[in-house]
Each structure stands twice: as C-alpha cells, then as structure tokens.
Design a protein around this ligand. Sequence first.
Ligand code: TYD
Ligand code: MG
Length: 457
Amino acid sequence: MTKVKTVFACQNCGYQSPKWLGKCPDCSSWNSLVEEQVSPAAERFPHALTISEQDLPPQSIQSIMTSEEGRMKTGIGEFDRVLGGGLVVGTVVLIGGDPGIGKSTLLLQALDQLARKGTSVLYVSGEESLRQIKLRANRIDVAAPKLFVLAENSLEKILDEIKKLKPQVVVIDSIQTLFSLQLQSAPGSIGQVRESAGKLMVVSKSTNVSTFLIGHVTKEGAIAGPRVLEHIVDTVLYFEGDCGHPYRILRAVKNRFGSTNEIGVFEMGEKGLREILNPSEIFLEERPEKTPGSVVVPSLEGSRPILVELQALVSGASFGTPQRSTIGIDHKKVSLLIAVLEKKAGLPLMGQDIFFNVAGGVRLDEPAVDLGVVAALASSHLNKPVLPHTAVFGEIGLTGEVRAVARPDDRIKELQRLGFTRCFLPASNLKNLQTSWQIELTAIRHIQDILDKIFEI
Ligand code: TYD
Ligand code: MG
C-alpha cells in the first residue's frame, strides 16, 4: 500500500510546504496554507508517461510533420477567430467570466454546432441538472443528437465516462465544481481545482480530446483560485461584458496556437448568443454628434480594426484632491496623458476632476488610442466639440510628440467604410501609406497640432 503523504498548499498562489506556516513565503498572504493529500506522481498521473511515450531522440524541425486538419471549426466565426482559427485537437482551453455572463450558453451553442457536423461532443455540468440543461437547450434551439450531456461532479466518474464515450470535444462546466475522491479538501479549493485540471489535461493530451474548462472569476477578476491553471492550459479566454448590456466580448489572453488580443463580439438575446459581425457600427450607434468630450478612434483588436468612442468629462474639482476615474482604459495611461497635456500644451488639468470612459464596454490597451484620449480630454475641458465625421489615431511620447502606429491603412479603410470623412494621424504614418484614400487625411506631429486643428470654430 502506498503511504499517504500530505502537504500544506497556499490557497492563494499554490505554494507548497511540508509543514504548516502562518504566512505564505511566496505571496505573503496570511493563514492561507491548507493541508492536502498527495500521492506519488505515477499514481496521480497514470497517463503522464504516455505523453512522451514515443520515446524519440531529438528531431530536426524539418522532419516533423504537421497537418492543418488539426483544427476543428465550431462554425461560430467570432469564436473560431478568438481561438486562432478553430479549436486545435488535444488542447485545453480555459474560459473565465463573471457569473451570468453567458459562458454556459456560449459553449452549449458551440458544442451544438460541432455536433451537427458529426463531431461527438460531451457537455459535463457540475452546476445544473439534466433537466435544467435541457430547458436552456430548448430555449436556444440546441438539439444535435450527437451532443451528450452529463450532470456529474466527481472527477473519477467523469474520466470514466470520457474513456467510455470517447468524445472529440469535452466541456467541463465548471472546473470549480469538480472534486476528486483522492483529496479531502472541498470542491473549489486550489488543490481540487489543480488536481482536476491536471488529470483532464493529461487525458486530453494523451487521447487527443479537446477540452474546455469553464472557470469562475473572483472579485479581483482572476480565474478563481489558481493562477496555476492559467499556466498549465494551452489557451485562456475571458468572456466579458456588463450584465446590464446585451454585448459580450470574448478575448484571448493566452493562446499557444494563435494571436492574443483577438476579440469576438456577441449579443445576448432571447435565443442565446448571436455573433456581431460589424462591431464598429454597434459601438458607434449611440454616439452623440457635436458633443464636447467625445472622440472616435480606430483601435486594432487582434487582426481587425474596430471603431470605438472615447468619452471624457473634465470638470472643476469640488474638493481638495481631484478625482480621477477611468473605465475601459488603463488609469495610469490617462494620468500620464493628462500630465503631457498640462506640460506640453499648457492646459491646466491638474486640479480638475476627470472621468474617462470607453463606450460599449470595450477595453483598450493599444498606444494608438493616445491621440484620441488627448483630443477627448481637451475637447471636454475647452467645451468644444470635435469636427463632425472625424477620427484620430496615434501614439504620444512624453515630450508631446506624435508617433507612428502599426497598420494605418487598415484603420483608415474601416473609417472610410463607416462614412468618416476626416482623420488625423501621425505624420510619419501619412508619409508611408500604401494606398490613396478618399478621406481627408491630416498629419499631426505634436499634441499642440491636434488642439489647433480638430475643433469646430
Ligand atoms: P449563462 O450561460 O448561464 O451564464 P454563465 O454560465 O456564464 O453563468 O447565462 C445566463 C444569463 O444569460 C442569464 O442572465 C440569462 C441570460 N440568457 C439570455 O438572455 N438569453 C438566453 O437565450 C439564455 C440561454 C440566457
Ligand atoms: Mg453557467
């Protein structure tokens, strides 16, 4: 009989220690170590050896064969693009998001599409009963005969069923509800989550099953429990949005088989999630024209440009310390641009309350939006609307200079498609454009330039 060993694992970061400690030496959180059982590696991962079973010596990279058949298309275009062009066989994908955002709905729809094309798929729910799943499926017209459903949260039983059914794609909804009988800790604890994910990962790799793990998100916004999970899986997607709005954004934050920063846009409706093929139109739909503080920027999200509206509100501070609040864009970046505006363009913003918002629930982290941020701040401060049908893009340096950004042609193309007539862009971008455009293009070298040119008189 193998001797049962235990370790104390930090519930916050996964650090392990042979004895109990009051404070985790790794992440410095207090009272976070909990006893967990460990059995020898060979027992925990019976398939571990089969991953490398081929037992080959090192190979020349030229001699290794690949095939593009390795990708399965779900048929939901937005979803496939975020995955990097379809689901890679034998990979593990983690999908995180707030409760109620639509994770279960999205994956049920994706499985349905796959099953309709003849792929055998299994949906495992540890949260809902079969009847509840069926009710949801009815609502969103999910009825493929090859879609199998299992309501179960014992890891061992799930692995058994996977072995018996041999599906090509498995969804685990959610990883926090699974528990292994070999551990004493409660479902959702870091030990259980890691154990379950680890075993599923091994099965995935050794039998070429593609696995989706749904993960809950903590108050801090990380996938609950373990950052460890993000390291072991192949792809991490976040499903974001505001439950009060119908729009949802699927974003890749890690992808071993595709680009990150790729986003997919969906709308939650009566019949589940619908793809939004023209996100620019949606994000600009409610934009007020001729209003100070509103500016449109073409931002590159992965492979495609999306037009989004930036909104700034600058108003006199009522108390000593001015308030700064931003939604959808990095707080520090806005502070930095405020400082540049103050110092290099002479706008007295330091003492003002400033609120900044990216409309439509999008998150931007591209330098190309800098010029738009500056224009929106100045527009609100001076109470002057920017010229109609006008957009801007460009990166701003600390001396107030405007720098070139990637792929200007794609951005201008999207602006032209949506009827914009004027665009302000970095001078060095304008010089190197590939094609000529009908839009009026104006070169900007310094932030003072944009303040001189962009407002209606
Ligand atoms: P769900 O997929 O259960 O979210 P998650 O698994 O991320 O917790 O989605 C639940 C929400 O979506 C719920 O508030 C109801 C809404 N919804 C619709 O608006 N239309 C639909 O067709 C479905 C199935 C759900
Ligand atoms: Mg759910």
